[in-house]
Design a protein around this ligand. Structure first.
Ligand code: CA
Ligand code: CA
Length: 322
């Protein structure tokens, strides 16, 4: 998708635009999206439009004036991304230019990978429940299921199910856009549920371990695997016991490099973040859900971890732990 910015420097014509005038079409002249007509000595305001723009100048056979001069620039936005990792941005918007932007990025990885996407910067206007300015993420190509339409200020990370992820950005017409509005997105190809990295469990017991796809005894670099364990029974809690544990240590046990994180809710209720080679103590949740996230950075992979989980009916809890 091309984004055209048109800045009008000067236009001079006559009267009520019935003699000499200028028209702008968002598209070509057969489209109905006409802006104008413009005439007189007051230049039309600058504007930014997505896609092709046609400017039509009409003069009659009497009275000529100085005419007009328009400047324009074209910016690319959207496209297909196939590198193993990358970054993309919303186009810069001039603070004085009204804008209407629609960009679609499609990230396509090799068939044995999935795509992880996050937004280091995300700031869009909140209007009409994300109807006018939004990012929509599709799990697959453009006809894939939507993972959600988001606006405002967000900090989200998503992962595709397969090797294609589509990101649509729309920024609606704004008379005075704040220049800080826009997005920066980073993506990388990684492993997903089908490879043993993440998933959802609705069973009473099971096992989770770090992913070692090439079976060399060490987990893979650059992983973000998220598991949800859900007992589906409000009268049950979960117990988790680590059987093995060996992750890259970090100074002062900050766990900045590789870690396993246990949370009772998606974005809150941190139970613990673990790294190094000390076996974490067994834990019991307060509710019937547990989120487990395993993160590894780009180097120093270790043997990894293996844990077992099982459900405990609340009425037996005192027998186990008192
Ligand atoms: Ca490995
Ligand atoms: Ca590491």
């Amino acid at each position: 998708m091309h984004i055209s910015t048109v800045i009008f420097i000067f236009i001079s014509a006559k009267d009520d635009c019935s003699y000499d005038y200028l028209e702008i079409y968002h598209g070509n002249t057969s489209d109905l999206k006409r802006q104008g007509p413009y005439c007189g000595t007051e230049p039309p305001a600058p504007r930014t439009m997505a896609g092709p723009v046609t400017i039509r100048f009409v003069s009659d056979d009497s009275f000529t004036a100085h005419g007009f001069r328009a400047l324009f620039s074209i910016t690319d936005c959207g496209g297909t991304l196939t590198q193993s990792k990358g970054i993309f941005f919303s186009p810069a918007i001039h603070p004085d230019h009204p804008s209407e932007i629609s960009c679609t990025w499609q990230i396509v990885g090799p068939t044995n990978k999935v795509i992880a996407l996050s937004f280091p910067r995300f700031s869009l206007n909140v209007r009409y429940r994300c109807w006018q300015d939004y990012v929509e993420i599709l799990d697959g190509a453009e006809d894939g299921p939507s993972l959600g339409r988001i606006c405002g200020s967000q900090s989200i990370t998503v992962k595709s199910t397969r090797n294609i992820l589509t990101v649509k950005l729309r920024m609606g017409f704004q008379t005075k856009p704040p220049i800080d509005k826009g997005i920066t997105a980073v993506y990388r190809m990684t492993y997903g549920v089908d490879h043993g990295c993440g998933g959802t469990f609705n069973v009473s017991s099971g096992e989770i371990q770090s992913l070692d796809i090439d079976s060399d005894g060490y987990y893979e670099p650059n992983l973000d695997c998220g598991w949800l364990i859900n007992t589906n029974d409000a009268d049950e809690v979960l117990a988790v016991a680590f059987e093995t544990f060996d992750l890259e240590p970090s100074p002062n046990n900050t766990c900045n490099y590789d870690y396993v994180e246990l949370k009772e809710d998606f974005n809150s209720g941190l139970v613990g973040r673990y790294c190094g080679s000390t076996l974490p103590t067994a834990i019991t949740t307060t509710g019937n859900k547990l989120y487990i996230n395993f993160h590894s950075d780009g180097k120093n992979n270790r043997a990894g971890f293996k844990l077992r989980f099982y459900t405990i009916p609340c009425k037996y809890l005192h027998k186990f732990f008192r």
